[in-house]
Design a protein around this ligand. Sequence first.
Ligand SMILES: Cc1cc2nc3c(=O)[nH]c(=O)nc-3n(C[C@H](O)[C@H](O)[C@H](O)COP(=O)(O)O)c2cc1C
Length: 325
Amino acid sequence: MISWGTLPKPIIALSPMADMTDSPFCRIAKEFGWPVVFREMVSSEALVRESAKTLHMAAFHEEERPLIQQIFGKDPLIMARAAEIIEKNFAPDGIDINMGCPVYKIVSDFNGACLMKDPARATAIVREMKKAVQAPISVKIRLGWSDPTECLDFVKQLEEAGAELITIHGRTRAQGYSGVADWEMVGRAKQQVSIPVLCNGDIHTPEKVFEALKISGCDGALIARGALGCPWFYQHYAEIRDTGVRQTEITPAFRADVVLRHAQLHMAEYGPRGITTFRKHLSWYFKGIEGIKSFRTELMQVNSMERLQELLAQFVADSGTASGI
Ligand SMILES: Cc1cc2nc3c(=O)[nH]c(=O)nc-3n(C[C@H](O)[C@H](O)[C@H](O)COP(=O)(O)O)c2cc1C
């Protein structure tokens, strides 16, 4: 079990991302040293119904530890029961509550960021979950529903209810994923509590981690989109921390090797149809590389492991030629 208060600081962790931070991605990420990973959110109601698919989503391999499982829901007793089920079946190192998701399907049913509008319900969820499980309870929030100062009081209430760590995405629900994350406001919220607070939002390169921590004064950061197609993000961060610059060069062969091993884990997890769902990772792995438009189009149509292997071999070979990638 994790002890947020005594972990070495700054705490740099992989942020929960639905459909992305599943077991195969977390296993690949762990190879690059991530100290903690947050797995994608799962529904408390589905857990309580004992949905086999949802239970499978929360399963993990030992090498993913320390691992935090995130759950979402609106009913304190169902959230407590779901936490119990998670703890009994999988015993993750911590359980996180989603109070930041802005998606209509989630907030229209009073889940996710909607809980920021109802602190009494939000704190009841934390309290009931604390009573139900041993695992430390953390909460991931936004700056507010529409007013970015809402978090200043909300974090105090969460701490009082027993939350042991809070992550703040520096945007309001109204902002969705646009606009710039306000690390300064995250820092103001951090000042309101004595539990560790992690800064989140727009930390898209390892270099930005240092800037976000300096501005927010937070105890660490959760990295989301910056880690997609870039599971080595943490390794680069650690290299900059220790030597001032990135050391590991991401050559085409290096990239192809990581992609292939991730694809193999993904296929082992999801079966032959996994090749289609792996395309979302492929688009992140090859994002922003110049001169590979037609290669990218072919990647997005890949329909077998053999074809993926061929394309990756071609990517590596072409990168060594004058007209290369
Ligand atoms: C594809 C995707 C899925 C996400 N799913 C979750 C989720 O399951 N739980 C959660 O708390 N946040 C989720 N988020 C939000 C991220 O964890 C993070 O808070 C947000 O992307 C801001 O960080 P970034 O600018 O570094 O991406 C998701 C984001 C993305 C892009």
